[in-house]
Design a protein around this ligand. Structure first.
Ligand code: PLP
Length: 370
């Protein structure tokens, strides 16, 4: 049975969403191959949703990688490595400055990251750019395509016999003088790096807001953000809390709905994630501490969807000439599943974030041929 759930958030209070800091966009443009990503129109998806327009911020080819994650990983590496070297960030942050700082230090650092795929690949890319080794930990069951993607960046991939949450714990244990842990979620005592990750995502939101303000795309009335640990959705909430959109919608897989459950509880709760949702990037059991406030106060509703909705969203986007991975299509999946409950109609302009291209090519082919 195809299921979904609409959870109205009793804690929504946009004024309580703190704007937060942002990465210096001057840094991102110094990365090789960096360019702003496009916002595309998805008319087939709009017709199915019964809305005026669906806008898709397409992150499927950010810096030649299949997801947005390099935005956070790169800024977190820049800030995190400088911090380990005891240096303050420069007034014009750049990759060259980071290279110089590393060389001057003579330190043989190793970057470590836990991931369900995309973040780890992005950290591995940063390690390669900087000439550092990387160890990337993935939960057991991570599909071959995603492991190959990380390995293709030159990282050592270690499979942890456990869930994503277990993988995070294993990465934290590796931290020492030499091993710099660049994780995208936070816990007590580990706030700086994941904070810089969220700041890095702000560059993607700034691109969208610039396009709105330049009149290139209309102001959205509904914005959907998919949630794993909630770093991405926090960046979205911070960008849109003070804009006119009437509806901010957080979307999670049914079997990893840690934020919806936390909103109901009014505090962060952990949910079991032994399941194998195809939305691998969202298969997280514990909300990130530092993202929690923005998510708790920023979202009007949370929608949980099962895999069939993600697959339907992948097919619809494909019909519009946009190839999405399952986590990448999750925002649209949530809107599709609960379009009536959300009261979507022809006056709505919907914004979704295609956060990844097909990172499991085998499953992508199966989905679009079905
Ligand atoms: C493709 C994709 N979309 C969305 C997310 C969710 O990001 P977050 O974990 O910050 O909620 C992830 C996280 O890995 C992801 O890989």
């Amino acid at each position: 049975m195809v299921t979904s759930r609409l959870v109205r958030n009793p804690h929504v209070s946009r004024a309580a969403v703190v704007a937060g800091s942002a990465a210096d966009p001057a840094f991102h443009v110094t990365l090789p191959g960096f360019a702003a990503t496009p916002v595309r129109s998805a008319p087939t998806a709009a017709a199915r949703l019964g809305v005026g327009r669906v806008l898709v911020k397409d992150e499927s080819a950010r810096m030649d990688m299949p997801s947005f994650k390099i935005l956070g990983a790169s800024w977190a590496c820049y800030r995190g490595i400088l911090a380990v070297l005891g240096r303050e960030p420069g007034s014009e942050p750049s990759l060259a400055e980071l290279h110089d700082a590393l060389e001057a230090s003579g330190r043989d650092l190793v970057l470590v990251a836990a991931t369900d795929g995309n973040h780890g690949r992005a950290v591995a890319r940063m390690a390669r750019i900087l000439g550092l080794p990387a160890i990337v930990l993935v939960p057991v069951g991570t599909v071959a395509g995603r492991i190959e993607g990380i390995a293709s960046e030159g990282a050592e991939v270690r499979v942890v016999d456990g869930t994503y949450d277990d993988t995070i714990a294993a990465s934290a244990e590796l931290a020492d003088e030499r091993h710099v842990v660049i994780d995208d979620t936070s816990w007590e005592g580990y706030h700086d790096v994941p904070g810089w990750v969220i700041d890095g995502y702000a560059t993607m939101l700034a691109e969208v807001v610039e396009a709105i303000e330049a009149g290139e795309i209309p102001e959205p009335t509904a914005v959907a953000g998919q949630i794993g640990v909630g770093a991405l959705s926090a960046a979205i909430a911070r960008a849109f809390a003070r804009r006119p959109a009437r509806l901010l919608v957080g979307v999670e897989p049914t079997e990893a709905a840690c934020m919806a459950e936390s909103a109901l509880a009014g505090r962060p709760v952990t949910v079991p994630t032994e399941g194998r949702t195809c939305m691998a990037g969202l298969n997280c059991g514990t909300p990130s501490e530092i993202a929690f406030g923005s998510n708790l106060h920023g979202y009007d509703v949370f929608v949980t969807v099962d895999d069939a909705w993600a697959e339907e969203a992948v097919r619809l986007l494909h019909a519009d000439g946009i190839d999405a991975g399952e986590s990448g299509a999750a925002g649209l999946a949530g809107l599709l599943a609960e379009r009536v409950g959300l009261g979507l109609g022809p006056d709505d302009v919907v914004l979704v974030f295609l956060t990844e291209g097909p990172t499991d090519p085998e499953n992508f082919r199966r989905i679009i041929s079905g």
